[in-house]
Design a binder for this molecule. Structure first.
Ligand SMILES: NC(=O)c1ccc[n+]([C@@H]2O[C@H](COP(=O)([O-])OP(=O)(O)OC[C@H]3O[C@@H](n4cnc5c(N)ncnc54)[C@H](O)[C@@H]3O)[C@@H](O)[C@H]2O)c1
Length: 350
């Protein structure tokens, strides 16, 4: 097996689980170099994990040993870093969302295709034990033909725990662009592409106060919608409801349910790799499904490892840019529908 040399851009909060897993969990990933605008972050990561190559982004682009650039920056930098990566002839994998707009996402997919490079994007949680098992149950016919789905993520935002939460309230953040990718990526992998959406949106709190330790008391201006309610129709005929909110203190609704002609499936939190799967059939009430599949622990980086496998084999990765671009188009279209007060036809598919 060939090990892919990875250059990581962005040494913030999420970089730690990636680096830990890329070093310890997967055989084909080598963390070759790191980069961040903040020297204190690269220094801390370098010392903690023994990664000695600290580079600028331009140095990474020029380094022939680097096969893939893993982009763990904040959403506003995703597009420009991925574009420069691909134009430099390197494969790219980026945290979610792939970009701030569908136009940017489409451009990245086109550049990757024209240069014969792979473009991958988080989330990779759907490759974990839970969603993989749900996929098997649906394709084995346990719920019959899917007819409807619901997806709910409602909380009060991330300012109580994230050390630097401002970006969650700027374009590319908000509950739909931040958490929507987990839910929508799970849904499109379980049910296939979406062809039409409608949305309604709301911004309840115009300012947020940071209560996490590092920037405690700082005020954030909220520049995104913080409660997004969407409807979607899938190409397979199923219809779905989704609510992503940073305005809600608590709720009791299940993360995802999928209802079919023969039964219903409760899918666990798609922001995790494991969780309780419940199946209801015509004969029985909801019953817990045993799941012996691997990758139950936090396996962030599995998408990067899979993409490196695909580079070697010449195959299409499961976290492919086409799917991520489809998700960006859906998220953008829920907001667009709310502004234009009409249904939006989705152009992308995969
Ligand atoms: N924190 C989480 O729990 C979490 C979970 C899943 C996904 N994510 C996603 O991961 C991404 C990063 O989130 P985070 O929480 O690590 O943010 P963070 O703010 O903690 O870290 C981002 C880092 O990127 C660096 N950066 C920004 N622009 C850069 C540039 N142009 N060049 C080099 N470095 C640059 C910043 O200096 C910062 O250190 C986001 O897209 C987020 O949605 C975060």
């Amino acid at each position: 097996m060939v090990k892919g040399n990875i250059g990581i851009v962005g040494c913030g909060a999420i970089s730690h689980i990636y680096i830990t897993n890329l070093i310890n969990m997967f055989d084909n990933t080598n963390v070759y170099a790191i980069c961040d605008l903040d020297d204190l972050k690269t220094k801390a990561v370098s010392e903690k994990y023994g990664i000695n190559n600290i580079m600028t982004f331009d140095e990474m682009l020029k380094d022939e040993k680097i096969d893939l650039i893993l982009n763990l920056t904040t959403p506003n930098a995703h597009y420009s870093i991925c574009k420069a990566t691909l134009l430099a002839g390197k494969h790219a994998y980026v945290e979610k969302p792939l970009s701030l707009t569908y136009e940017q996402a489409n451009e990245l997919v086109s550049i990757a295709t024209s240069k014969n490079l792979l473009l991958g994007s988080a989330p990779d949680t759907f490759l974990g034990a839970a969603i993989t098992k749900c996929q098997q149950l649906i394709s084995d016919g346990y719920i019959g033909e899917p007819i409807a789905t619901t997806a709910y993520m409602m909380c009060h935002g991330h300012e109580s725990w994230h050390p630097s939460p401002d970006f969650y309230y700027q374009p590319g953040g908000g509950p739909m662009f931040d958490m929507g990718p987990y839910y929508l990526t799970a849904l499109i992998n379980l049910l296939g592409p979406v062809n039409q959406v409608m949305g309604m949106t709301k911004k309840t709190f115009k300012k947020r106060t940071i209560t996490s330790k590092e920037k405690n008391g700082e005020i954030i201006d909220v520049n995104v919608m913080t409660h997004v309610n969407g409807l979607m129709s899938f190409e397979n005929g199923a219809i779905g409801n989704i609510i992503m909110s940073f305005d809600v203190w608590g709720h009791h609704l299940p993360c995802i349910e999928i209802h079919g002609t023969k039964g219903s499936l409760q899918v666990p939190d798609p922001n995790g790799f494991d969780g309780e799967i419940l199946l209801k059939t015509e004969q029985d009430d909801f019953k817990k499904i045993d799941n012996p599949l691997p990758y139950k622990e936090n396996s962030r980086g599995i998408g990067v490892s899979e993409l490196i496998n695909c580079i070697e084999k010449g195959t299409i990765p499961k976290c492919d840019g086409h799917k991520a671009a489809h998700v960006v188009e859906l998220m953008e279209s829920f907001h667009k529908s709310a502004i234009e007060k009409k249904a939006i036809i989705i152009n992308s598919t995969f």
